[in-house]
Design a binder for this molecule. Structure first.
Ligand SMILES: Cc1ncc(COP(=O)(O)O)c(C=O)c1O
Length: 455
């Protein structure tokens, strides 16, 4: 029951891989998004499942030719919106294997090599950042869970974490994932100190100092190591110093920007990240992994187990065998997939040097975009290329910027999104897909110029 013969597995598996080959091969020539009305999709895919099944060939083709293409291609070389998921094919094959073997990566007993792979990669990431030897972490689904996990640790471990007036400081550019995490942790609006930013979007440290002077129970600073809107990095060395002096927990949201530590420019932009007490970093963003893969790192590995470990009777055997590396002790998940496999396989296959070059390419592409925008005085650079993001405006009002996003969506050639910075709408390109050609960046801007003439 619910089984296939080896021949069926081979035939259907190969057929699925063939579909994947088509998808990747045709990507560049395909629109970034194919739009289908919600009613049509509802009718086709939202209905309850059938009582009796149907041939897999039919299900597969419907999935790969209709269902999956009715989603946005965030790994498309011309997807520049939000934070792209450039992904890589070897990571996708790793996912097939990890779920095919159905690895349980929650405990050493069940996960074995999977736990060693995960621990090794966490150590490697911590080393890339320059964290001290006692640092450790856990892999989770993404930035939202990574920030939540780190903030749980902070709240449990910091002397002011549970103070009724515990105050948390972050800038008006901080991703909503942290605010949501704080909300579910029970922090009230009156405890959240939203700070203004200076320059291209880094937190105003003087405003932070002024706030700190007024608070009795300063608890945590959430620093940005690459804001989602403009790629800004807060002054981490200054924040680290201030937090050390005042005994405040320093958490950094490096979900987007953290991958940049692989290259020299990124390392230099993120200087000070190694001094944080905790941080979130998403390999499913700028380390080119398929969804999902986020990572929490903490300066003192032991704090994770102090916070999360509970040993129930039915798990006694797990801890008799090995009490050291049970990843279920480091976060909220017991049953957890072997998420780390895709990062391991793709690093083994392509090598770190290829990843380093791919990250560097993101810096370069954003600069190419900025240079092209500067060729036409109809554009205003809102924030220059920083950490792979450039923001800009066309001459005209806020509504025009949004019409340009809509026009590009309708066109389908590329995808970009808008944001709001210092009270004004801005267009935003985040070209971190290493497969993007220089000309595709320039053509995207040329098309925007054409749309502006009629929008
Ligand atoms: C800076 C930052 N933090 C957190 C997140 C949330 O991460 P995820 O969507 O992986 O949960 C994002 C997502 O884009 C982000 O850019």
């Amino acid at each position: 029951m619910l089984d296939w013969t080896p021949e069926e597995l081979r035939r259907h598996g190969y057929a699925a891989v063939d579909e994947l080959v088509e998808f990747w091969a045709a990507m560049r020539e395909s629109p970034v998004r194919r739009v289908a009305p919600v009613e049509e999709l509802e009718e086709r895919f939202g209905a309850p499942p059938p009582e009796l099944g149907r041939p897999f060939d039919e299900v597969l083709l419907e999935t790969s030719r209709v269902l999956l293409p009715s989603t946005m291609r965030v790994n498309h070389p011309r997807f520049f919106g939000f934070v792209p998921g450039p992904s890589n094919p070897s990571g996708a094959v790793a996912e097939l294997l990890a779920s095919g073997f159905n690895v349980f990566a929650g405990t050493w007993m069940a996960g074995g090599a999977a736990t060693v792979v995960e621990r090794g990669l966490i150590r490697w990431l911590a080393d890339q950042i320059g964290m001290p030897a006692g640092a450790g972490g856990v892999m989770v689904s993404g930035g939202s869970l990574a920030n939540l996990t780190a903030l749980i640790v902070a709240r449990e471990m910091h002397r002011n974490g549970k103070h009724p007036d515990a105050a948390v400081y972050f800038s008006d550019q901080t991703h909503s994932a942290s605010e949501r995490a704080l909300r579910v942790l029970g922090f009230e609006a009156r405890q959240l100190r939203r700070l203004p930013t200076v320059g291209d979007g880094a937190v105003d440290i003087e405003a932070l100092r002024a706030m700190l002077a007024k608070d009795d129970a300063p608890f945590c600073v959430v620093a940005n190591a690459g804001t989602t809107s403009t790629g800004a990095v807060d002054s981490l060395p200054e924040l680290a110093e201030l937090c050390r002096e005042r005994g405040i927990w320093l958490h950094a949201d490096a979900a987007y920007g953290g991958g940049a530590v692989l290259c020299e420019r990124g390392k230099s932009a993120l200087r000070g990240l190694e001094r944080c007490d905790s941080l979130a970093l998403d390999p499913h963003k700028w380390l080119f992994q398929p969804f999902d893969l986020g990572c929490v790192l903490v300066r003192e590995e032991k704090l994770l187990t102090d916070v999360f470990r509970i040993i129930p009777a039915y798990m006694n055997d797990v801890y008799r065998l090995n009490a050291e590396i049970n990843f279920c002790d480091r976060g909220l998940e017991l049953t957890r997939p072997f998420r780390a496999l895709k990062l391991w396989m793709s690093l083994q296959h392509f090598g770190v040097a290829a990843f380093r070059k791919a990250v560097e390419r993101g810096f370069e592409l954003a600069e190419i975009a900025e240079a092209r925008l500067r060729e036409n005085t109809s554009w205003e650079i809102v924030t220059p290329a920083q950490l792979g993001i450039v923001t800009f405006r066309h001459k005209g009002d806020d509504a025009l910027q949004k019409r340009l996003v809509d026009a590009m969506l309708a066109d389908g050639y590329a995808m970009l999104t808008s944001t709001h910075f210092r009270g004004r709408a801005a267009l935003r390109l985040c070209p971190i897909n290493p497969r993007t050609a220089d000309e595709e960046i320039r053509e995207t801007i040329t098309r925007l110029e054409k749309f502006a003439a009629t929008a």
